[in-house]
Design a protein around this ligand. Structure first.
Ligand code: URA
Length: 241
């Protein structure tokens, strides 16, 4: 692979930042300074150093898991089964779930060892959209919809940010909606529904940013993300390629 791509993958900076480092003579391959960003390296065999520090190659892995209910979103837990136990070939890859779904919540969970991507998706300032399918008991009035849409008090310092509500079905005491939120507060969807007089009986995450749950994945199964899915999650990097 190209030397600049290798350095980017190893999180040394953006494509333009690592190109600068290379051009300034800060990078060596097998103890020889290399000033060409497109210099080809064998990531697994060459000894690459930046500013005198060896860069140990670590591949980046990206998986989507169809999380079932009954497992906790954690890398380890002394009492409960974790989502990581559903990825048999996870060991040694330093994988971690991106964000958290409650034990009884199902649906899309991204699991990766790309810390930069995880940070970007979770950063409160980025307002990454997450869409949930929600089944609720209670009555959904027009006022309740507009509260959810405009921001509702859920007992925090500030009301929730505006959300999108798509009403799917509605009867006297039960309704289903798709709710898109751009924050990640604790039990946020359940608390939003509670704040408008309802109660969530089933919750499933359908998407996070550009990534949608692959509905061909059965509950508890996972697959690697495609190259397109990974690139779409990292728009700034793909535009630099
Ligand atoms: N909101 C919740 O209440 N629970 C989840 O698991 C995710 C979002």
């Amino acid at each position: 692979m190209r030397l600049d791509k290798f350095l980017c993958d190893m999180q040394l900076g953006t494509r333009s930042q690592v190109k600068d480092l290379i051009k300034k003579g800060q990078v060596s391959v097998n103890d020889t300074l290399v000033r060409k960003p497109d210099f080809q390296v064998d990531a697994a065999r060459d000894h690459i150093a930046c500013m005198g520090k060896s860069i140990v190659y670590q591949s980046l892995y990206y998986y989507m898991l169809h999380k079932p209910a009954g497992v906790v979103t954690a890398t380890r837990d002394n009492h409960e089964s974790t989502v990581m136990s559903l990825l048999p070939d996870a060991s040694g890859k330093h994988l971690a779930p991106v964000g958290r779904l409650d034990k009884d919540t199902e649906g899309l969970l991204l699991i990766t060892n790309d810390g930069e991507l995880a940070h970007n998706l979770l950063s409160p300032s980025r307002h990454v959209a997450k869409t949930y399918y929600v089944e609720c008991t209670g009555t959904l009035s027009a006022d309740a919809v507009s509260l959810l849409e405009n921001g509702v008090e859920i007992g925090d310092e500030t009301p929730t940010r505006p959300a999108q509500v798509k009403v799917l079905t509605q009867s006297a005491d039960f309704y289903t909606i798709e709710l898109t939120i751009t924050e990640g507060r604790f039990h946020q969807v359940k608390r939003m529904v509670q704040a408008v007089g309802g109660s969530v009986t089933y919750l499933k995450r359908l998407s996070m940013g550009t990534l949608s749950l692959d509905e061909t994945l059965s509950k508890g199964s996972y697959r690697a993300l495609t190259e397109q899915e990974i690139m779409a999650l990292k728009p700034s990097k793909s535009s630099e390629l």
